[in-house]
Design a protein around this ligand. Structure first.
Ligand code: SF4
Length: 335
């Protein structure tokens, strides 16, 4: 099978004192073997929650949907079964190494513990492998770093340690949740190219979760654009960057500088704020912020329209009956 991870019609909710928060609604996507899939959207769009719920790392309620990993239906897996997958078959890197790593434990021990637990290594085997991993992720003087604590390291080095832990058991999938957000631009580029190199070396797939389309431009094979808990557009990177078909995707792209822009480029932000997940709108969630909105958008969710085998978007602007509206609203087929 070409797909290592497949999510079909997943809906996730949380119970809060104020009511039920519908964090993810009818999300479907797949991750192919050896690809980098970026999940992009504003803060609160449900991208991190969706991946955490797939790994059962968050106490949510699954309302619908199924999850397949490496040909196996893991939808109903309990915590014990998921523990065998987390860390060994699916590695995770979080945004903030300071809160994800243990500040009271030496770096070497944090890596070797994972190896001993998941790979039944002896203490000496795990130590040797941990040193190899520190070298593999580009940390100089690994023997010295092995004995240090995370407060002895810079932000970029901490992120490298997280990557070493995530890769310790040679996972088939690596989930990187905003791996570069807390880093400055040059270190961001180093971490992203490190992930790209390790993906090739370890033959794994990567899910890259980010709010920053600029970060994914050079690294992602395919992109899922999420808004208000729903994927609104899915496509190969070239589809998303050169032929975006959803107004939200266009809004995101208009807010980042483009190297292929002719002359001066005016950057614009998307006006308004995301909708309240406690009270989802009946129609299109982007309706209040969309400059192409039509009457139907308020009442009916848009169906997915396929533009090619790999590219689809959910927007009424592509309804057959909206051709005139497209022209009237000045919809351009490409940016
Ligand atoms: Fe805008 Fe309507 Fe498309 Fe929603 S369905 S993004 S409101 S045009």
């Amino acid at each position: 099978m070409d797909e290592i991870l497949k999510v079909d019609d997943l809906s996730i909710s949380f119970q809060t004192y104020n009511g039920e928060v519908q964090a993810v609604r009818h999300a479907s996507f797949s991750l192919k073997r050896k690809e980098v899939l970026a999940i992009v959207g504003e803060s609160g769009s449900g991208k991190s929650v969706m991946m955490q719920s797939i790994l059962k790392l968050t106490p949510c309620i699954r309302k619908s949907g199924s999850i397949w990993f490496d040909g196996e239906d893991i939808t109903e897996f309990d915590d014990q079964q998921m523990q065998k997958i987390r860390g060994s078959k699916i590695g995770i890197i979080f945004q903030d190494a300071m809160t994800s790593l243990n500040p009271t434990m030496r770096i070497g021990r944090q890596i070797s513990e994972s190896l001993r637990r998941h790979q039944n290594m002896t203490a000496e085997q795990a130590r040797k492998r941990a040193l190899e991993l520190l070298t593999q992720v580009g940390i100089n003087h690994p023997e010295q770093r092995y004995r240090q604590y995370i407060h002895n390291l810079s932000g970029g080095m901490r992120q490298r340690v997280m990557i070493a832990i995530a890769l310790a058991c040679k996972p088939k999938v690596l989930i990187a949740d905003e791996p570069t957000t807390a880093l400055d631009v040059t270190i961001q580029a180093q971490i992203m190219s490190l992930l790209g190199r390790l993906k090739e070396e370890l033959d794994c797939s990567i899910v890259l979760i980010t709010h920053d389309l600029g970060v994914v431009a050079a690294y992602a094979d395919r992109i899922v654009v999420m808004y208000a808990g729903q994927p609104v557009e899915v496509g190969a990177s070239r589809d998303i960057f050169y032929h975006p078909q959803h107004p939200y995707t266009r809004g995101l792209l208009a807010s980042i500088p483009r190297l292929d822009a002719d002359g001066a480029q005016e950057l614009t932000s998307i006006a308004g704020t995301p909708p309240d997940a406690l009270n989802p709108l009946p129609g299109c969630a982007f309706y209040p912020r969309c400059k192409y909105a039509m009457r139907i958008c308020q009442d009916e969710a848009a169906p997915n329209k396929n533009f090619s085998e790999s590219h689809c978007a959910a927007c009424h602007i592509h309804d057959a009956g909206a051709a005139e509206t497209r022209v009237k609203l000045g919809w351009r087929e490409t940016l």
